[in-house]
Design a protein around this ligand. Structure first.
Ligand code: ACO
Length: 273
């Protein structure tokens, strides 16, 4: 794709070939039922661009059906230092513009662009998969939100979560606010976001941001172990159960009981045809 074409699409590339992903600073490897997405720009601490989010969305769309677990990880010392700070400069990110050019494109198009960026995060909650963020070092801004977009977070003991957006005059808009509030509660979410302070491993574990904290060198193995545990249950039951759990908060107990019954009837019919 030419730079002009990419610019026209707001940095959105359709192509998720390994070569195109490498240009963007991403890798995606599928091994049987496990897909591993790696942010692979360690020299820039895995800073993210609109092209990153577009490619994440395309990966989600083209994920092979057999995949049940998606691991999201970052190469190098940091999981991700968040949005590429070149977005704040007049020059912006080559082919993708800058914040100052983005405000000139008109409200509707701008909102559309944000929704396209969010699509890169939202698919990680699909019932058909369980997503695990393997987080080491800094997870700042968009990096924190990418970790929040996953179902589970397994973290290294050097993890440093920071919702830096309010310090930069922005709001977290990459789908992170809802999972953050649901995980840690409103008061703690206000504290974390409105101070833009860093949450380290002990606190992350204590407040429910992390499922597990391990030594940095043990992170990959801990994620592999969790993936194996997740794959040990029945696939269709896992999908139906995740659907139920995801809907539980918005339903009354009565409604949830009805939903459980419907899912169970379908399961029993499938198991005993
Ligand atoms: N965007 C672009 N480049 C970045 C970013 C970023 N967000 N973060 C780091 N880099 C680059 C640095 O410019 C540097 O590049 P260089 O070697 O060409 O000079 C390289 O990555 C290494 O960065 P250091 O700061 O040297 O690495 P260190 O490990 O000491 O610090 C840290 C890492 C804490 C993440 C620091 O780089 C940092 O604070 N980055 C900015 C974080 C930020 O404000 N992100 C935006 C959040 S808001 C949002 O995401 C919407």
């Amino acid at each position: 794709m030419t730079e002009a074409e990419a610019q026209q699409r707001g940095g959105y590339a359709e192509d998720v070939s390994a070569e195109r992903l490498a240009e963007i600073g991403l890798r995606c490897e599928v091994d049987g039922e496990i897909a591993t997405i790696t942010l692979d720009r360690p020299d820039k601490r895995n800073a993210q661009t609109f092209a990153t989010w577009s490619a994440l969305a395309r990966i989600g769309e083209s994920l092979p059906e057999q995949v049940r677990v998606v691991v999201v990880k970052g190469e190098g010392p940091s999981f991700s230092a968040g949005i590429d700070l070149r977005m704040f400069t007049p020059e912006g990110v080559p082919g993708q513009g800058s914040f100052s050019s983005a405000v000139k494109i008109g409200d509707a198009e701008f909102e559309q662009r944000i929704r396209q960026a969010q699509a890169g995060f939202l698919w990680l909650r699909r019932p058909e998969i369980v997503s695990i963020a393997a987080v080491q070092g800094h997870a700042i801004g968009a990096g924190f939100q990418l970790a929040l977009a996953c179902d589970l977070r397994i973290v290294a003991d050097d993890v440093a979560f920071c919702m830096k957006e309010p310090a930069l005059g922005l709001v977290p808009d990459l789908t992170g606010t809802k999972p953050l509030v649901e995980l840690v509660g409103l008061a703690k979410a206000i504290d974390i976001c409105l101070t833009a302070r860093t949450v380290h491993a002990d606190e992350a574990m204590r407040i429910g941001l992390a499922e597990k904290v391990v030594a940095r060198g043990d992170l990959s193995q801990a994620v592999r172990d969790k993936a194996a545990e997740l794959l040990s249950t029945n696939r269709d039951a896992a999908v139906a159960t995740k659907r139920l759990l995801q809907g539980a908060r918005s339903r009354t107990l009565e409604e949830q009981s009805v939903a459980e019954g419907l899912e169970q009837a379908a399961r029993i019919k499938a198991l005993f045809p």
